[in-house]
Design a protein around this ligand. Structure first.
Ligand SMILES: Cc1ncc(COP(=O)(O)O)c(C=O)c1O
Length: 410
């Protein structure tokens, strides 16, 4: 191997450094599905754990007792125990695992292991804000399962208790899968769980978007309200490295689920990531309540300020949101300003303000930067000047962003 790095290696390093400067220091990130990872968790991500395996197993091999298929795992296994114990504490669950590689993998693992063969489940369809992964062509097709729609007709794709109960009683599914990608409001969980359990269905809660808010006690507490298995991504409102968590009080389900994670939906679980998630869980134990409350308060304050600035939002009469998300009312945006979500997002990006192209605005990362509700009118003003009036506010955004050099709650 030549001693000096090649041009491509240098180029790669330059690209990643430029990305880090751009996304880490030069923009306000309002993408609802992202967050900033704490410096301590990032250090753990770069540890030697990144290339290691462990496979605890209790039994015999070649007539000899073994406790792991690999050697050198004494610290790796402690990292996993610490991470899983912290996840169980944070979600107040009897059992938790941090192994799933992502929210989607957590969902796939749960559906594949706790449901009977050829199961039928209810899920909120994508056109009502549900996750595309539960649409018939994706996880159900992969797993040989079928899905029927759970209605979410309310403003902001809110689930209506009586309509959900009526659907559950009529469809008698094996499971009700809650959770949305467009996720503003908590569910009538007690009503849904009672109806589901009465027909023998499990309640599975995909908290990918709201996991950090649940951790901080600022949204709802699914496991206290009839949810059988809670799972989700660790990098949206949960401010960790990309991954997934599953938590449950049901020992019978966990005994089916946990051993089946290995060799079914994945094998090696990426121990540097699990160390980073453990660090994030420990940080949430210290300051998760403040973080989650600030995130939701920021979303509500930004909703009020954007409305005053003439940006139409969904669910205005319901206080806009109880989560980290706001939804732009795209038809009304087009009627008022002649643009859709895509043009809005591209104009904002040019001025260092990031939102997605489907009209979601998220406040989790800006809470981590240290922005509070009192700053939301200024942020709304910048969003409107950049997105609607096409003013060049990039330099002002950059100067303001530089006032928040360190992450809070970390
Ligand atoms: C509700 C929901 N579940 C699961 C996922 C998949 O998460 P991941 O990207 O962690 O696999 C998403 C992604 O946006 C989501 O919105």
């Amino acid at each position: 191997m030549p001693a000096a790095p090649t041009d491509d290696e240098r180029r790669l390093a330059r690209i990643v450094r430029a990305h880090d400067r751009w996304r880490g220091r030069s923009v306000f990130n309002l993408l609802a599905s992202e967050n900033a990872v704490s410096p301590a968790a990032r250090r753990l991500l770069a540890s030697d754990l990144a290339g290691r395996y462990t496979l605890p197993m209790h039994g015999e091999f070649d007539g000899e007792p073994i406790d792991n298929s690999y050697a050198g795992t004494r610290y790796t296994d402690q990292v996993e125990s610490l991470a899983n114990a912290a996840a169980a504490r944070v979600f107040r669950a009897k059992h938790a695992t941090t192994r799933p590689l992502s929210g989607h993998v957590a969902a796939m693992s749960v559906l594949a292991t706790v449901l009977p063969p050829r199961a039928r489940f209810l899920a909120i369809p994508p056109d009502a804000g549900g996750y595309d992964g539960y649409a018939p062509a994706y996880l159900p097709a992969l797993l040989g399962q079928t899905v029927a729609p759970l209605p979410a007709p309310g403003p902001g794709h809110r689930v209506d208790g009586p309509a959900a109960v009526e659907t559950i009683r009529r469809e008698k599914p094996d499971a009700v899968v809650l959770g949305q990608s467009f996720f503003l409001f908590p569910y009538p969980l007690d009503e849904i769980a009672e109806a589901a359990h009465a027909v023998g269905a499990l309640v599975l809660y995909d908290a990918s978007h709201v996991l950090g808010l649940i951790a901080g006690g600022a949204f709802e507490d699914p496991l206290r309200h009839g949810t059988d298995v809670l799972f989700g991504s660790t990098h949206k409102s949960f401010p960790g490295p990309q991954g997934g968590i599953i938590a449950t009080d049901r020992t019978d389900l966990f005994e089916r689920l946990d051993p089946a994670l290995v060799w079914r939906t994945f094998d090696n679980a990426h121990w540097n990531r699990i160390a980073g998630i453990a660090q994030t869980l420990l940080e949430l134990e210290r300051c998760g309540a403040d973080y989650a409350r600030t995130t939701v308060e920021n979303a509500q304050a930004l909703g009020r300020a954007l409305t005053q600035e003439g940006i139409p939002l969904i669910a205005e009469s319901d206080g806009f949101t109880r989560s980290h998300q706001l939804h732009v009312d795209r038809p009304r945006l087009r009627a008022a300003h002649g643009i859709g979500g895509g043009v809005l997002a591209r104009r904002l990006e040019r001025q260092r303000l990031l939102v997605d192209l489907v009209g979601r605005i998220g406040t989790a990362e800006i809470a981590r930067l240290g922005l509070t509700p009192s700053e939301m009118p200024r942020l709304a003003g910048l969003l409107v000047r950049a997105g609607v009036r096409r003013e060049k506010v990039g330099p002002e955004v950059l100067a303001w962003r530089r006032e928040f050099p360190t992450l809070r709650f970390a």
